[in-house]
Design a protein around this ligand. Structure first.
Ligand code: PBG
Length: 321
C-alpha cells in the first residue's frame, strides 16, 4: 500500500501539526445580555451558564473577555419598558447605549465592542421593526430608526454596529447616517443571511421577547440558499464590512457558499438554541459538553466562517488555554 492516510493520525502532535482548522479565542465573539434596572445577574433558565447582566457585571464580563484574548463582545440590551416604536433603542440613555459606554470605557481598543442594531428587544410587539396601520412591519420607517440607533450606538462607543432585522436596504441607510455624522470608522457587520429559525427559542427568553406571530416576512425561509447569496451581494454593495450567516450549524452549506463568494470577512452565529441543545444533551449524560462544543465550533470555522459568535466563547478560551 502506498497511500496510508492513517499515518498522519497516529499521535496528538502529528494530528495537531496537520490540522487544517484551528479554534482560536481571537476568532470568537461572546454575545452578552444586559438588563435595565437589574441589581444582580439574572440566570436564563434555558441557557445554562448564561445570565442577563447588570451594568456592573457586564463590565466584568467584558474584562474577562479581554483577559481570555477573545476577539469581541456583542451586546444586547433588555429595557425595562418596551413600546410600539422601541424608543429605548435610540435613546442615548437607553440600556444598550449605557452599557456600550461602560464597556467601551473599560476595554478601550483591547476588545472589539459590537452592538445588536435591532428593535425587537425594545418593542412591545416584539417585532424587529415598527408596524404600519395594518400591523405589518414597515420596512422603510424601520430603516430610519435603525439609522438613528446605529448613530447612537457608535457615539456610545461601539466599534461595530450589527443590523440584524433583515430590512431591505438597512445597510445602505445605516452607512449613510454614520458617514453624515462623521462616524466613518464605525464598522458594519451585516446579518445578511438570517433565517426564520426555531433555534432562536432560548434567546426569546433571554431578552424577554413579547413577540406576537413570527418573523417570516423578513427573516429567510430555511429552504433557500440562492436567496442568501443575493442578500450577501446586496449587503456588500451597500457597504457592509463583514457579513454574517445565522444560525450556523444547520446552515454550514450557506456559510461555505458565503465564504467562497464574499469579498469581505464572513461571520457565523452559533445561536441560543444550538448552545442550549448541546447543554441539554450533556446534562443528560448523552454527549460530552466540551467535545461537542469544540467539534461544532471547529465545523463552523471549517465551513469558512472567519469569525464565530458563540455563547461558548469564554469556555473555549479556557479549554484551549
Ligand atoms: C434580533 C436577534 C435575534 C438573535 C440575535 N439578534 C433574535 C431573532 O431574530 O429572533 C438571536 C440570537 C440567538 O438565538 O442566540 N435582535
Amino acid at each position: 500500500m502506498i497511500e496510508r492516510p492513517r499515518r498522519l493520525r497516529q499521535s496528538p502532535v502529528l494530528r495537531s501539526l496537520v490540522a487544517e482548522t484551528r479554534l482560536h479565542p481571537r476568532d470568537l465573539v461572546l454575545p452578552v445580555f444586559v438588563g435595565e434596572g437589574l441589581t444582580r445577574p439574572h440566570p436564563i433558565a434555558s441557557m445554562p451558564g448564561v445570565d442577563q447582566h447588570t451594568l456592573e457585571t457586564v463590565v466584568e464580563v467584558a474584562r474577562r473577555c479581554v483577559e481570555a484574548g477573545l476577539g469581541g463582545i456583542m451586546l444586547f440590551g433588555v429595557p425595562q419598558h418596551k413600546d410600539a416604536t422601541g424608543t429605548g433603542a435610540v435613546d442615548p440613555d437607553g440600556i444598550l447605549n449605557v452599557a456600550l459606554r461602560a464597556v467601551r470605557e473599560a476595554v478601550g481598543d483591547d476588545l472589539v465592542v459590537m452592538a445588536d442594531t435591532c428593535l425587537d428587544e425594545f418593542t412591545d410587539h416584539g417585532h424587529c421593526g415598527v408596524l404600519d396601520e395594518q400591523g405589518r412591519v414597515d420596512n422603510d420607517a424601520t430603516n430610519l430608526l435603525y439609522a438613528e440607533m446605529a448613530v447612537a450606538q457608535a457615539r456610545a462607543g461601539a466599534h461595530v454596529v450589527a443590523p440584524s432585522g433583515m430590512m431591505d436596504g438597512q445597510v445602505a441607510v445605516i452607512r449613510e447616517a454614520l458617514d453624515a455624522e462623521g462616524l466613518t470608522d464605525t464598522v458594519i457587520l451585516a446579518y445578511s443571511a438570517k433565517y426564520a429559525s426555531a433555534f432562536f427559542g432560548p434567546f426569546r427568553e433571554a431578552v424577554q421577547s413579547s413577540l406576537q406571530g413570527d418573523r417570516r416576512t423578513y427573516q429567510q425561509d430555511p429552504a433557500n440558499i440562492v436567496e442568501s447569496l443575493r442578500e450577501i451581494d446586496l449587503d456588500i454593495a451597500e457597504g457592509a464590512d463583514m457579513v454574517m450567516v445565522k444560525p450556523a450549524m444547520s446552515y454550514l452549506d450557506v456559510v461555505s457558499a458565503a465564504a467562497e463568494r464574499s469579498s469581505v470577512p464572513v461571520a457565523a452565529y452559533q445561536v441560543s438554541g444550538e448552545y442550549s441543545m448541546i447543554h441539554a444533551a450533556a446534562a443528560n449524560g448523552w454527549i460530552d459538553l466540551r467535545a461537542a462544543a469544540i467539534e461544532s465550533l471547529t465545523s463552523i470555522r471549517r465551513a469558512g466562517a472567519q469569525v464565530v459568535l458563540t455563547y461558548f466563547a469564554l469556555d473555549v478560551a479556557e479549554w484551549t488555554a
